[in-house]
Design a protein around this ligand. Structure first.
Ligand SMILES: Cc1cc2nc3c(=O)[nH]c(=O)nc-3n(C[C@H](O)[C@H](O)[C@H](O)COP(=O)(O)OP(=O)(O)OC[C@H]3O[C@@H](n4cnc5c(N)ncnc54)[C@H](O)[C@@H]3O)c2cc1C
Length: 193
């Protein structure tokens, strides 16, 4: 439908200004190449023993290293972060801060970790899909909805402009919560709807 072809077993050899060349001698025209490297953490983390065998930092739900309690980890580098999402990175950063606050002041509680996938994906041509899903983390009770609409492309544009203007500032939590509820209601909150 979107005229996206899939080419399997291709090994990239060279990227030129307007093409990507493969080891089998073929090439494809490309204005912009997006390459995803093998998902591994920094070798410093594997070499030092701070990371696991893939270089990601193992923590508990308080974002503290399982063995080295003075090390906190949030974001893509945390071994728990699956999938790797900025939404989860920010959630984990809040939790790490709350754990640190409790440690330093003895006050407050460590925030709970309720991982979820929540993002708007541009699909081109003024279309976008908004995904809310936590079924991977809560197979029995989780929700799993996708709302596909032109409105989402507008929201994505708004969100990008808001974050760029605010130098990384995100909309307030109440707005996030409200938007989430709308997505769940529109998607009827059913598994896979
Ligand atoms: C194309 C794309 C689209 C995405 N879309 C979404 C989305 O819609 N929603 C969503 O939730 N997530 C999205 N993500 C994922 C999101 O960007 C990441 O999960 C998030 O940025 C992780 O944050 P982080 O702080 O853990 O790591 P990063 O943002 O990667 O920050 C790590 C920082 O460390 C720096 N660094 C690395 N090595 C060193 C070093 N040796 N010394 C000093 N600094 C170093 C890097 O330069 C970088 O600034 C997207 C990712 C990509 C690539």
């Amino acid at each position: 439908m979107k005229k996206i072809d899939l080419h399997l077993s291709k090994v990239a050899k060279e990227i030129t200004q307007d093409a990507i060349k493969f080891q089998d001698g073929t090439e494809l025209p490309a204005d912009m190449v997006i390459m995803l490297p093998v998902y591994k953490g920094h070798t410093m983390l594997t070499d030092s023993g701070i990371g696991d065998e893939m270089g990601f930092v193992p923590t508990g739900e308080d974002m503290r290293h399982l063995d080295y309690r003075n090390i906190f980890s949030a974001g893509d580098i945390n071994a728990m972060t699956q999938p790797k999402l900025g939404h989860l990175a920010m959630m984990q950063a809040d939790i790490a801060c709350s754990a640190l606050m409790k440690e330093l002041t003895g006050k407050g509680e460590v925030l709970p970790y309720n991982p979820e996938i929540f993002c708007i994906m541009n699909m081109g041509g003024g279309e976008a899909g908004c995904i809310y899903s936590n079924i991977y983390f809560k197979p029995e009770t989780g929700k799993d909805v996708v709302w596909h609409s032109g409105y989402n492309a507008y929201w994505k544009k708004f969100l990008d402009a808001y974050m760029l203007k605010g130098k990384g500032r995100i909309p307030p939590r109440w707005a996030e919560h409200l938007f989430k509820q709308v997505i769940i209601k529109l998607g009827f909150g059913k598994k896979g709807s």
